[in-house]
Design a binder for this molecule. Sequence first.
Ligand code: NDP
Ligand code: MG
Length: 394
Amino acid sequence: MRSLSIFGATGSIGEQTVDLLTRAGGADAYRVVALTGGRNVARLAEMARALRAEVAVCADDAGLPELRERLAGSGVEAAAGTAAIVEAAERPADWVMSSIVGAAGLAPGFRALRHGSTLALANKESLVTAGPLLMAEAARHDARILPVDSEHSAIFQALVGEDIAAVERIILTASGGALRDWPLERLATATVAEALAHPNWSMGQRITIDSASMFNKALEVIETREFFGVDPDRIEVIIHPESLIHSMVGYRDGAVMAHMGAPDMRHSIGYALNWPERSHLPVARLDLAQIGQMTFRAPDLARYPALRLAREVMARRGLAGAAFNAAKEVALDHFLAGAIGFMDMAGVVEDTLTALDPGLGHENDAMTLEDVQAVDHLARTRAGEIARKQAGER
Ligand code: NDP
Ligand code: MG
């Protein structure tokens, strides 16, 4: 029986993974090793019982008594804290879903690679902050990383049977997020609720705001660079409001392979779960005659400064990705708290990158998990100062 773990089981991706596992037979079809959550202890305990997990871990230490109580008599071990999450990743599993949100997802995914597990990677922050490190670790242990982000799953699928050397360009599609049709001058006033009204995809709160600002696409451009090893100038972004083409690969003979499907993350999760086979998945089928048309437009960089910043990060490489992601997370926290405006987020990230610049010229091959965590910490402190200053000036 195949064994598996889910890090971030209580989130949007985690829940959809659990949904697919449950439909495929749950605990009768898979041996579930570890399930982890953050604060939602009740849901974590419920899924751990249903899937008969060996261990359930919540990130929040304060949740342990409740988790223990909810798991009493079930035979599922309970644990709490960040260290316990990494320990859970030390338990071997054939397939590991990495779907914690943010930089907190890096350490458990990194650890899981040591067993030569297949790492289904939704946590794009892992590749943005520590791409060279993660890819080297996977190679060292003969482990495999399968992309779960829909764009990267699409690219991965469009590359099957092809030679990466024949790739001329990779075209990432972007919905443009909730505010894509707003006049530019109104964006500064956008509220959290307005930025959360995503037109096509139902996702966690943080990534939904990141879609509206295109910080999500910025992360994905860097993720593409790290995962597929292509040159940054071969990576393009196009706005495709219908979100039916999930990304494209252009080859040197002019052919473009596009991956299409309904905007449902269970496709890419299921593809990673069943790979290299394809199994039936409960996603809607496209009715092209009914859809009628698809549209595309070039992204306006004044509206989406995050895309320009991604280019700078790729030019610097090394630990710039860790600083970029950490500053982005802090800026997002301040926006969610109502302290800074929607368009201020890019300013906080840019100023943090500038402030930290001299410290980021780290050699890629010398990068360690500790280096990444140190830069992450430094950037969070700096971004916090910058964001508080911004908030004071409002
Ligand atoms: P959610 O916010 O819905 O879920 C995040 C998960 O991580 C939850 O289980 C949460 O626990 C847990 N968590 C939060 N903070 C911590 C922490 N500090 N330590 C440990 N666990 C924590 O996020 P999504 O599912 O939307 O996204 C997960 C990842 O997948 C992100 O990297 C995102 O970019 C990526 N992704 C998501 C897509 C989507 O459609 N949602 C699409 C493509 C990529 P709890 O809820 O119990 O507090
Ligand atoms: Mg995506």
